[in-house]
Design a protein around this ligand. Structure first.
Ligand SMILES: Cc1ncc(COP(=O)(O)O)c(C=O)c1O
Length: 422
């Protein structure tokens, strides 16, 4: 059976019991299921296939900020995915994983010189442009290098979408995108530039967007702008409709993918453009757990703390976004439940994974998982409190591979230097 499931009271990933992984690699560690990633990629692709004609299928460009481990990238590349990148580092990873430049799109917000030049060198499919100065820089560097860059302009549609205000990106007060009026000007400007080729419009309204109703006004504004630009006499060949597809963390209502695909068919398809999408979280979020050990159980007058050996440096989402993640013990033999504050060892009161959470009773040294951490988990981890980054393990049926080793203490100081004068 693929994914995470209970077999005989022991939580497994695919065919592998999680205690075996803890024994071999130690805790805390990230554990991913390759089959879940495959299933998610295919579910999104199939939803589009059911509704959109065969010759108008969107290019799915995995947004690798969600999880940029090179093995995960390789897995998605073999499935036929494209790649959305937001830094030179992500470009480097993508190329190493085997993505060809013509399947990579750059959507970063403040593209720097080195990143733009690296993207031009890799002859990426397109740059999604955030501002006039960025456009000027891309044109300038492309001219220096004798290249031509395909450009999409990111529209800020001024709509609210996203599961938390820090992951909503399409409101007018957000830093992202340009107004429709500004894009008309930018299209004109770029048509007069020597080394950029304006080809379309992009949007991305936020992450964990669960209502098709949130996408609708954004799509409509995108479509309106395409018509205006064409009336202005410009070519609009591509529309990039972003990511934002939600996953289940708890019992939230999920986006109806078929309804979403119908919305694309109703509003985007008639524009007769190539369609691109940038799913991140959806591909990998439910494919990963953070496997940890209960270090201590600490009772105070007001509550009982379950102290894990994983901390907010390993998984910052609960602290940063008040994000909900399921927590459960790996062995399900104990049927008594208890209510804990599940915390880590970091010197911050905010180092909390779950507050007032009722789960099966846990004893010190028991294994516990924090669920649905495949997206924005490891990729947001840090060395805070000088804690080495945890290992990452990919499981595919009964295949187990260490795809990222645990950092050592020496790794922590490897790039540091004490001045001679001290
Ligand atoms: C431009 C852009 N595209 C795609 C994504 C991926 O979003 P999600 O992981 O919600 O699909 C993001 C996430 O921040 C983004 O900024």
């Amino acid at each position: 059976m693929s994914g995470f499931s209970d077999k005989g009271g022991v939580l497994h990933v695919d065919d592998v019991p999680l205690p075996d992984i803890a024994e071999q690699y130690g805790t805390p560690c990230y554990v991913y299921s390759a089959s879940v990633i495959r299933d998610q990629f295919n579910a999104l692709k199939d939803a589009m296939k059911r509704v959109l004609p065969a010759d108008r299928q969107p290019l799915l460009c995995y947004a690798c900020k969600a999880n940029s481990n090179i093995a995960i990238l390789k897995l998605l590349q073999t499935l036929g995915s494209g790649l959305e990148i937001v830094s030179e580092g992500e470009l480097f990873r993508g190329l190493k994983a085997g993505f060809s430049g013509d399947k990579i799109i750059s959507t970063s917000f403040g593209k720097n010189e080195s990143e733009i030049k690296a993207c031009l060198n890799a002859e990426i499919l397109q740059f999604n442009v955030e501002s006039p100065d960025e456009l000027n820089n891309i044109n300038k560097f492309a001219a220096e290098m004798g290249k031509t860059a395909n450009i999409l302009f990111r529209l800020n549609p001024d709509v609210s979408g996203g599961g938390h205000s820090k992951i909503a990106t399409g409101r007018k007060e957000d830093k992202f995108g340009n107004t429709a009026q500004d894009i008309r000007t930018l299209y004109k400007l770029s048509n007069e530039m020597s080394n950029v080729n304006p080809v379309g419009i992009s949007i991305h309204i936020g992450s964990q967007v669960s209502q098709t109703g949130a996408f609708k006004p954004a799509f409509e504004k995108l479509a309106e702008l395409v018509v205006i630009l064409r009336n202005d006499g410009y070519k609009v060949e591509r529309t990039d409709i972003g990511g934002g597809f939600p996953i289940a963390y708890n019992d939230e209502q999920l986006l109806d993918l078929d309804a979403y695909a119908r919305l694309v068919a109703d509003i985007i398809l008639p524009l007769d453009t190539q369609i691109q999408m940038e799913p991140g979280r959806y591909m990998v979020g439910n494919a990963g757990v953070l496997l940890a050990k209960a270090q201590y159980i600490k009772q105070t007058p007001s509550r009982e703390f379950l102290v894990l050996d994983a901390g907010m440096n390993d998984l910052i989402r609960p602290t940063l976004y008040e994000a909900y993640h399921g927590v459960r013990s790996v062995l399900n033999h104990n049927t008594n439940t208890k209510t804990y504050d599940v915390v880590g060892p970091i010197c911050e009161s905010g180092d909390i994974f779950a507050k007032h959470r009722e789960i099966n009773e846990v004893n010190a040294n028991d294994l516990v998982v924090i669920q649905s951490v495949g997206a924005y988990g490891y990729s947001m981890a840090s060395n805070y409190n000088s804690r080495p980054l945890p290992p990452e393990i990919l499981v595919d049926e009964d295949n187990i591979c260490l795809i990222g080793r645990r950092q050592t203490l020496e790794d922590l100081i490897a790039r540091e230097n004490i001045p001679k004068w001290l």
